[in-house]
Design a protein around this ligand. Sequence first.
Ligand code: ATP
Ligand code: MG
Length: 420
Amino acid sequence: MSTFKAPKGTYDLTPPDSAKYLAVREAIAAPLKNSGYGYIETPGFEDVALFSRGVGESTDIVSKEMYTLTTKGGSELALRPEGTASVLRAALEANLHKLGNLPVKLWYSGSYYRYERPQKGRYRHFSQVGAEAIGAEDPALDAELIILADQAYRSLGLRNFRILLNSLGDKECRPVYRDALQEFLRELDLDDDTRRRIELNPLRVLDDKRPEVQKQLVGAPVLRDYLCDACKAYHEEVRDLLTAEGVVYEDDEKLVRGLDYYTRTTFEFVHDGLGSQSAVGGGGRYDGLSEMIGGPALPSVGWALGVDRTVLALEAEGIELELPASTSVFAVPLGEEARRVLFAKVTELRRLGVATDFAFGGRGLKGAMKSANRSGARFTVVAGERDLAEGVVQLKDMESGEQQPVALDALVAEIQQKLA
Ligand code: ATP
Ligand code: MG
């Protein structure tokens, strides 16, 4: 072990477990790639103002959780705590909304950073796969995204998750509700922090997990009663589309989500096997965000799914992903000449696309066979001086244990045929 450890709240992904994370990212991305979403990658840090304006000063993310830094040149930057603001910034900067048809559909995958109290399922460095559909107001788009996330989780074999759904209204009806809620909240017995929150971001108070707060929230005005006709109709349409596709959801009028920019549709995916860090993903519509960061009006919707918690959810359900072995053939040379001959065969197989590995370091048969076993290879090729003198190598089927000599010249074709 070195003197250094991964920083608090972070962990490394190392083989073999890391394969699971890759597979989860791929499983989440697959339905997006299949539905017109293009891949986007943005920097790991941004102008801090993008987040304070885009995510909102009053959110936990901006007020408590952001890693900020001042560069030698005096720029104020922040490690990205989430993806949406960056993706929208990048789309506007590249004029994607002017170049092609709307909506601009994008997906991304990467690392995010939040200064949080580390615990199971809550880290300071974590990973998300996300999707954004920019520039269209259409209930079918909201439904599409929810359906694609549902499909991603199901393709991984997850079953014990639930979809919570709500509408947050728009700039017409939300302020009316906000006033009514503030009036109600100001009468309650709450600590100073929460009192400040009432003035800054009253909807977030509904999200407070403490029982002594929740108890007082019984009878609070609910947004549903304040939705304007347009928002109501929109939400009904989203719900109908989901129902028609057989996607089961629960109406959750308390679901407000942490970010300031959400309007209308909001949703969260929760998994019941994860304890208090139960949200595996979430998202919603953010019709006002583009204007908040200086762009044109571009009604948009998106989500981000947490890769770390999705892996925990798989473990909670006891799901073992069927990951194909990364190596198909393992070559074990005995002696110098065999080393050169087999190394050439390994390179040839690799060029042909057969996943092949080699016993490096000349450790003798026993150690090399251990490596072959560990690699998960279907076939092992062993060759010593006597074999080569006869123009053959030994081909061992690791499943049946059978071993047979194969002419060196026929080896590659033989392996290809057996693997086909
Ligand atoms: P929570 O309520 O648990 O703090 P959040 O609302 O802050 O979650 P989002 O900003 O919606 O989370 O991010 C989307 C997803 O990213 C979450 O559902 C979760 O799976 C994951 N996520 C968020 N923060 C963390 C973290 N600190 N560690 C690991 N995963 C996280
Ligand atoms: Mg959070």
